[in-house]
Ligand binder design. Sequence first.
Ligand code: PXL
Length: 286
Amino acid sequence: MENQNTPPRVAAIHDLSGFGKCSLTVALPILSAAGIETSALPTAILSTHTGGIEGYTYLDTTSEMQPFMRHWQSLDIRFDAIYSGFLGSFEQLEIVKEFFELFRQKDNLILVDPVMADNGELYKIFTPEFARGMNKVCEKADVIVPNITEAALLLGETYRPGPYSETYIDDLLKALSELGPKQIVLTGVYFTDTELGAASYDRTSGQTTCTLAPRVPGYYHGTGDVFASTLLAGLMNGFELGHSAGIAVRYTAAGIRRTCEAGSDVRFGVNFEQGIPDLLKELHLY
Ligand code: PXL
């Protein structure tokens, strides 16, 4: 019998990119450090992520996904949260919806990061049809974490580059919540060129919050995954949405700053590891 002192359990549905710090290689360490037991359902296995690195290998693991979930179901495994990210095909969109149905409980949390685009462009392996399919996955979520490009795709709108007005961000948040999810966290929000952060909206409380951090120039890879994993770590540790988004902005921005100061290749991911002690303090775990 499990007692009260067991950690919350999350199912993380993402690819495993061996090098380049994104997806599972970010979600697993952040969630584990935050005291959360994490099971991995890999959607693909790559040598590196696909963002600006040539020659990567790609093994699609779609055929393993249903056998994984059936086995987990046969073991009566329960998840306090389900967290999906990079999905590689239409078929996977269907499988993930099936996963949500199988493992949905009254009070567990489904968080979808609709990974498919950034900076006004779809990642090269995705099509506009895939974006429409992602809509249906988002409908089933409690929380979604799109960036502004993904938000525009989900809403069937044309992408607008920033800086943004508060009204535009507010309208996006409310329109996204009408797709189904009660809670929205929008990343890549900025009102001036010197700051960047995230805005959140909780339809139940009607509360909107925004947290910004000083902007570091350059496009750092994997930051969306660091952000979403940290957001979930906050939520699973009992912090409310806006507070969790704030923790995620500060942690992600600190990782970017550290990486910039070290002069590392922006494609190789951010140094989130050395910020883990600070994150644990913010989460009141240490
Ligand atoms: O971080 C998003 C992401 C996840 N997984 C893979 C990617 C990307 C973005 O390019 O290529 C494989």
